[in-house]
Design a protein around this ligand. Structure first.
Ligand SMILES: *[C@@H]1O[C@H](CO)[C@@H](O)[C@H](O)[C@H]1NC(C)=O
Ligand SMILES: *[C@@H]1O[C@H](CO)[C@@H](O)[C@H](O)[C@H]1NC(C)=O
Ligand SMILES: CC(=O)N[C@H]1CO[C@H](CO)[C@@H](O)[C@@H]1O
Length: 272
């Protein structure tokens, strides 16, 4: 990162007074500003954002952060989270943005300290999560759309023994809940008995879901407790599973190394 040391006030004032002349001179002197003859090419620059790479072999299942994405229990959405603290337009040598995000916003991961105070105090933060669990073969399954994820539903999915990572696509994806600003309390998630069934009867160590919580609102804390108690299961939430076929993929998820944090934004991709 390049930072520009703060300038004394009188220098800033001088910049301001010299105004246009000074910034034009600074612009032409800075190699990061295009020369006049290159301007035509600059006008043609087109940003090509992708959800898939390498002809669909790599699928991005992470939501991009946006101000109008839903935020926990809020009607207002995530709101402003990124601003340009230093900008070339205002005389800095480089553009430098600053961000401020709740740790559990957008596509994110929960660590055991999220719902267990003794785990939090002992340091079971996102930097302790097993990258082997977060990376490897994963099954994307469609959950019946008429229920929350109960023990009965879990049973009906017939997840084979040996499957260690499962992404559960639910009614949340059909309802496009992650694309709505208002937090929706009626999202689908795990009921306590569904979480318990998974713990008792499967080898699943990574549970991925398509809204902000793995646990249905009605069983919010009980389901989290069941999943996180053993410290062996990792919860990945608010995955973007739209337009992805059910099946087996290689999953790659990398949280930020935020020591002391019980949650972190995470980048997840599927590779065919
Ligand atoms: C540049 O400075 C002006 C005046 O202080 C301010 O209004 C503007 O928002 C700044 N722009 C950026 C991109 O920082
Ligand atoms: C799931 O549970 C929530 C409450 O946590 C409820 O509002 C919602 O209707 C349930 N969804 C289905 C499909 O049963
Ligand atoms: C937001 C903003 O001011 N961004 C500027 C950063 O610097 C580039 C290069 O000068 C400008 O084109 C952007 O407008």
């Amino acid at each position: 990162m390049i930072t520009t040391a703060a300038k004394p006030v009188h220098v800033l004032l001088l910049h301001f007074l010299l105004g246009v002349v000074s910034s034009a001179a600074a612009a032409s002197a800075h190699p990061g500003y295009p020369e006049a003859e290159q301007c035509g090419a600059v006008v043609d620059m087109v940003v090509n954002r992708m959800e898939e790479y390498d002809s669909g072999r790599i699928l991005d299942i992470t939501h991009f952060y946006r101000e109008d994405m839903p935020s926990w229990e809020s009607d207002e959405g995530l709101g402003s989270f990124l601003w340009l603290a230093a900008s070339m337009k205002n005389g800095s040598k480089a553009n430098n943005s600053v961000m401020k995000l709740p740790a559990h916003s957008g596509t994110h991961v929960d660590a055991p300290g999220h719902v267990f105070q003794h785990y939090f105090e002992a340091g079971f933060d996102v930097d302790t999560l097993d990258l082997h669990v977060l990376n490897g073969p994963a099954l994307l399954v469609d959950v019946p759309r008429d229920e929350n994820i109960t023990a009965e539903v879990m049973k009906s999915l017939h997840i084979p023994k040996g499957v260690r990572r499962v992404l559960f696509r639910t009614l949340n994806t059909d309802r496009r809940l992650m694309w709505k600003k208002e937090f929706d309390f009626s999202y689908v998630g795990f009921m306590k008995d569904g979480a318990q069934w998974l713990v008792d009867n499967t080898d699943v160590k990574l549970v991925g879901v398509d809204y902000l919580s793995v646990a249905a609102w009605d069983d919010l804390i009980p389901s989290h407790l069941v999943f996180l108690e053993s410290r062996e299961i990792i919860l990945v939430e608010a995955l973007k599973l739209d337009d992805v076929e059910a099946g087996i993929y290689n999953l790659h998820c990398l949280p930020l190394r935020l020591r002391g944090a019980e949650g972190s934004p995470i980048r997840c991709i599927l590779i065919k």
